[in-house]
Design a protein. Structure first.
Length: 379
């Protein structure tokens, strides 16, 4: 009896963990070594949309925790970006350097297809567009594939462009002028997005402090700085938090804004493309107490989401860049609302997302016989 009670307690705990989600699917295919979890958080705005991450999680509970957190974040990102999709995410348990195979992704594609359009997915950390070329042989509910296969290609382009708009909005709020030149920026991470941002800022003659675990990336940006006649100063990864700059631009890992790093910051604002920058909810308040403006990452880095969502209606790069401009007004509105109500920017952003969900909930439950244009996309 005691064993049964312990088992029931574990079962209740599992259902409590997923209680805020509509659906959680465990995908298991021993023949291809596929172990995956798909989490659909909320489909009020439309079918769930979110990438698939591959990571060597040490146990299933950690994978579940990650996919639940990421899928909930996608609901907020979709609402803030005004796309007609809900929040979802998937994780594959395994080392992306060792455990991948075409068969694994074809198997994963079959699981996605079994949801019959409730979930659209593509690349995320540890997966590539080529992986989803294999998955797309088994399902049409895939996005973010290469242009030669009918996709929209590299999402780092609109993500970086959205970042530039967010930086401009921040300068407008802080200095009453959205000119990015004449400022100092501390960039953490020179991946695809971080490098594009750095290159844009160098063309404006700005002063950059940069850090990256890859020395070649630092050398490359230094060479580009010489050509542009601009200044780049490389610093140690631990020192990027302490440099005297106007704006801190985190473009690498999440969880970097915490009780240890926030007191070290010597900037007026944080505007970065990294996902989940705040280690906890308390960190938004810590930033506010220090009068450091924080641009919520799920709004700032939405350019990639806008592109993959747009791809489902037929790839159009010009249309994506026009839609990405909305990030400027979104960030500016959140700053103003946060100051007006004396709340954190995260609270202001969440209020904006909740209003969007509530408004669309009624519209999306209004019966019409024919399918509406906003959901006339690839199936």
């Amino acid at each position: 009896m005691k064993q049964l009670e312990q088992f029931n307690a574990k079962e209740v705990d599992m259902f409590q963990k997923i209680s805020s989600h509509e659906q959680v699917i465990f995908c298991n295919d021993p023949s291809t070594n596929l172990q995956a979890i798909i989490a659909i958080h909320n489909t009020t705005l439309g079918p769930a949309l979110g990438g698939t991450r591959m990571y060597p999680y040490t146990d299933v509970s950690k994978a579940l925790e990650d996919v639940l957190r990421l899928s909930e974040g996608m609901t907020a990102k979709c609402a803030a970006s005004d796309v007609d999709f809900g929040g979802g995410k998937a994780v594959i348990i395994g080392d992306p350097q060792k455990d991948k195979s075409p068969a694994m992704f074809r198997s994963f594609g079959q699981f996605v297809n079994s949801l019959n359009g409730r979930f659209y997915t593509g690349t995320d950390m540890g997966t590539t567009m080529d992986d989803f070329v294999h998955a797309s042989k088994e399902t049409n509910f895939i996005n973010g594939i290469p242009e030669e296969f009918g996709g929209s290609g590299d999402t780092s382009i609109p993500t970086a462009q959205g970042m530039i708009y967010a930086l401009k909005a921040t300068c407008q709020f802080l200095y009453r002028n959205d000119d990015l030149s004449g400022k100092r920026y501390a960039i953490q991470g020179l991946g695809k997005v971080g490098t594009r941002i750095a290159e844009h800022l160098l063309q404006l003659g700005t002063e950059l402090y940069v850090t990256d675990i890859n020395e070649k990336r630092i050398d490359d940006i230094k060479e580009k700085a010489k050509v542009a006649g601009a200044s780049v100063i490389a610093v140690d990864s631990r020192d990027i938090y302490t440099v005297d700059a106007d704006i801190f631009v985190p473009c690498a890992m999440g969880g970097i804004l915490n009780e240890r790093t926030i007191p070290q910051l010597n900037v007026k604002a944080v505007v970065g493309s990294a996902n989940n920058q705040l280690a906890s909810k308390l960190d938004a308040e810590r930033l506010r107490e220090r009068e450091i403006m924080y641009a919520p990452d799920f709004i700032v880095n939405a350019g990639g989401l806008i592109q993959v969502a747009d791809e489902l209606y037929g790839s159009n790069k010009e249309r994506v860049l026009v839609k990405t401009k909305s990030i400027y007004n979104s960030v500016l509105d959140i700053y103003k609302q946060a100051r007006l109500e004396n709340i954190t920017t995260i609270e202001a952003a969440n209020k904006k997302c909740q209003r969007q969900l509530q408004e669309q909930h009624k519209r999306n439950n209004f019966y019409v016989r024919n399918q509406r244009p906003k959901w006339d996309f690839k199936r």
